[in-house]
Design a protein around this ligand. Structure first.
Ligand SMILES: [Zn+2]
Ligand SMILES: [Zn+2]
Length: 220
């Protein structure tokens, strides 16, 4: 019996150890907020999106709000995020963010990282300039065309239930290309194109292209 008790006490001591590590200031803050939230589990709240009156458990937590809840219900929030990611601006910002995310991602070991030498605002300006230039080149179009193949961009994303890996269902074809792949994202080296062209171009350099064209001349 004592053996069992001793074992139990040991386990208790062990289980208390990680708890002490976790009680940082931030962690405590989260816990007190969660406790305040759990005091009124059956309360209802009106959603600012769909206008329906729902249980508080249907809302996500928002730390800066008075009642610690978001003003939109979870379904409305998910729907809105989906709409935003399918919109042109949401999609483009996602691509721009991807450039910076890949550069500063610690987990991507072994792959060369391209640290951009321009800011997000600069890239945004490059896209706007590109649209203006394409509008002049192709009157009648909205200027949202690939620099290489002149096909319009699409901003599509299939709905997922969250069980799939991120990025699997992206059907967009807007992409940012480094014109000369030996250099990073900088002024004059960023091209707005479609995903297909970016993929086909891959890691080939202007040197390679000259080589291919010269080879074609030799064929004839
Ligand atoms: Zn709602
Ligand atoms: Zn293209």
């Amino acid at each position: 019996m004592q053996e069992v008790l001793g074992c139990f006490q040991e386990r208790l001591a062990y289980s208390q150890e990680p708890m002490e590590d976790l009680t940082g200031e931030k962690r405590m803050n989260d816990l007190t907020q969660l406790l305040a939230y759990s005091d009124k589990p059956a309360e209802k709240k009106k959603c600012g999106g769909c206008g329906k009156i729902k249980f508080t458990r249907d809302f996500n937590i928002h730390k800066k709000h008075k009642d610690f809840l978001q003003s939109w219900c979870r379904d409305c929030g998910r729907e809105e995020a989906y709409k935003y990611k399918n919109s042109e601006i949401g999609q483009m910002l996602e691509v721009i963010n991807g450039v910076f995310r890949r550069a500063f991602n610690e987990k991507r070991k072994g792959r060369k990282k391209w640290f951009p030498e321009i800011s997000r605002r600069d890239i945004w300006q490059i896209i706007l300039n590109h649209i203006c230039r394409m509008k002049e080149k192709f009157p009648g179009s909205d200027g949202r065309l690939c620099f290489y193949c002149h096909q319009p961009w699409t901003h599509l994303r299939r709905k997922t239930d969250g069980s799939h890996k991120k990025g699997v269902y992206i059907l967009t074809n807007f992409s940012l290309d480094r014109f000369d792949c030996r250099f990073t994202y900088k002024d004059g080296n960023v091209i707005c194109c479609c995903f297909g062209c970016n993929h086909r171009k891959g890691n080939s350099t202007p040197e390679d292209w000259r080589m291919f064209i010269e080879a074609e001349n030799d064929l004839e």
